[in-house]
Design a protein around this ligand. Structure first.
Ligand SMILES: [Zn+2]
Length: 79
């Protein structure tokens, strides 16, 4: 039985995931190389960080859409 590990960012099963320090929150993420190379952060990290640190903190990620998934709306960033 093979253990399935999903990339935190794109949610796809990959053969190889790398631990990467989040640039938004003080936690380690498991991400695939393509997500790391594209400097993406998981969508929920962007939202969580936006709520904790304010919209300015995640502005770049939201504007440049450096995450995978549905567009993050301003209301999602408000607590
Ligand atoms: Zn990925």
């Amino acid at each position: 039985m093979t253990e399935k590990i999903l990339c935190y960012s794109c949610n796809k099963t990959k053969n190889k995931l790398n631990a990467k320090r989040s640039s938004l929150l003080p936690i380690n993420l498991l991400m695939c190389e393509s997500c790391i190379n594209a400097k993406l952060e998981p969508r929920w990290i962007v939202i969580l960080s936006g709520r904790q640190n304010g919209m300015e903190h995640v502005r770049d990620f939201v504007l440049k859409k450096r995450y995978i998934g549905n567009e993050i709306s301003a209301s999602e960033l408000m607590v």
